[in-house]
Design a protein around this ligand. Structure first.
Ligand code: DAH
Length: 347
């Protein structure tokens, strides 16, 4: 083996053994660099005569080309190895099952409220929403509550640390009844001066708050207010509308309803509405589902309407209670604990 063959083989072995691009470049410098072995050989040509120079020069150039080819091969090998290890590091196992995004569902109380809205909408009722932080006037005074009514006490109502324009503490509304006043006032204002006013027919569901907590009471609960005011709307209309609602809500005719005399400051006369299913697990038990009554003239006046002309009824019911009855849930608090094992049963 002549010296050039040895040189080429030495380079091939070193290039092949280089474990990284940096070390390959060092090896390259030893052969092809400014003072590398090939370069030294080429410098040695200067000492030869023209003919020998030509022959030896050609041989050296050939050897140099083979060394360069070996260098390129090793560069490629290292680049491929680098890519392979990078791919491995970032490997994605496309055969693994994906992480699924669970399908959501409506909360059972939301479903119940939507159901209530749909049934009343089918009877020509509008659906309204209002603020959960209320003024004292809206929550109590406009609804004919006397100044010293216990509902105004801190034991029953949550107050907010802010006062209204009359200097009274704002409250978390303890019922949806303020929505009677808000909706009717807006309606009356809209038709002020008009020759006739369309009837007011509205349901207003939403969150309500009271200082109360046990298996059937939660400090945050829901109510749905109903109001129908016209020129000749009476208790018999209330009976019809409410019984029709219950029929549709529970999808049965198999129940009795009673309107039990009661008292609310904002209605006169007033009645609690009880129903009793004639069959099923609750058969024969009277269940209270709503408060109701003919709207008190003072309240109609606070709507901005003349109680001699505009009369009608209101009711307030508890969607949470209706959801419990419809789904057979015995503890109200389960609805609000956010336990998906419970809630997903209603999807
Ligand atoms: N606001 C009453 C309550 O929270 C429920 C109620 C009773 C609403 C009679 C009414 C009504 O509209 O007419 O207990």
């Amino acid at each position: 083996m002549n010296d050039l063959e040895q040189l080429v083989q030495g380079a091939v072995v070193e290039f092949d053994a280089a474990p990284s691009p940096a070390e390959l470049e060092n090896a390259k410098a030893r052969y092809l660099g400014r003072s590398g072995r090939v370069t030294e050989l080429l410098k040695g040509l200067a000492a030869l005569d023209a003919q020998a120079k030509k022959a030896r020069g050609a041989e050296i150039n050939q050897a140099k080309a083979r060394i360069e080819a070996a260098l390129n091969a090793s560069r490629e090998r290292l680049a491929e190895a680098e890519l392979a290890s990078q791919l491995q590091a970032e490997a994605l196992d496309v055969t693994l099952p994906g992480r699924r995004r669970g399908t959501g569902g409506l909360h059972p109380v939301s479903r119940t409220i939507e159901r209530i809205e749909a049934i009343f909408a089918s009877m020509g009722f509008d659906v309204a929403e209002g603020p959960e932080i209320e003024t004292d006037w809206m929550s109590f005074t406009a609804l004919n509550n006397p100044e010293n009514h216990p509902a105004r006490s801190m034991q029953d109502t949550f107050y907010v640390d802010v006062k209204d324009s009359e200097g009274r503490w704002l409250n978390l509304r303890p019922h949806t009844s303020p929505m009677q006043v808000r909706y009717a006032r807006a309606h009356a204002a809209k038709y002020a001066g008009a020759a006739t006013m369309p009837e007011i027919r509205v349901v207003a569901p939403g969150r309500t708050y009271r200082v109360d907590s046990d298996a059937t009471h939660s400090p945050m609960f829901h109510q749905c207010e109903g109001l129908w005011i016209g020129e000749n709307v009476s208790f018999k209309d209330l009976k019809f509308v409410f019984i029709e609602f219950i029929r549709q809500f529970f999808e049965t005719d198999d129940f009795d309803a009673r309107f039990r005399p009661s008292f609310f400051p904002f209605t006169e006369p007033s009645a609690e509405i009880d129903i009793a299913f004639r069959s099923g697990p609750l058969a024969g038990r009277w269940l209270e589902v709503a408060g109701s009554g003919q709207v008190h003239p003072n309240v109609v006046r606070n709507y901005g309407l003349d109680p001699e002309r505009h009369i009608g009824f209101a009711f307030g019911m508890g969607p949470d209670r209706l959801a419990m009855l419809r789904y057979g849930v015995s503890d109200l608090r389960q609805f609000f604990e956010g336990d998906l094992r419970f809630l997903t049963q209603f999807k």
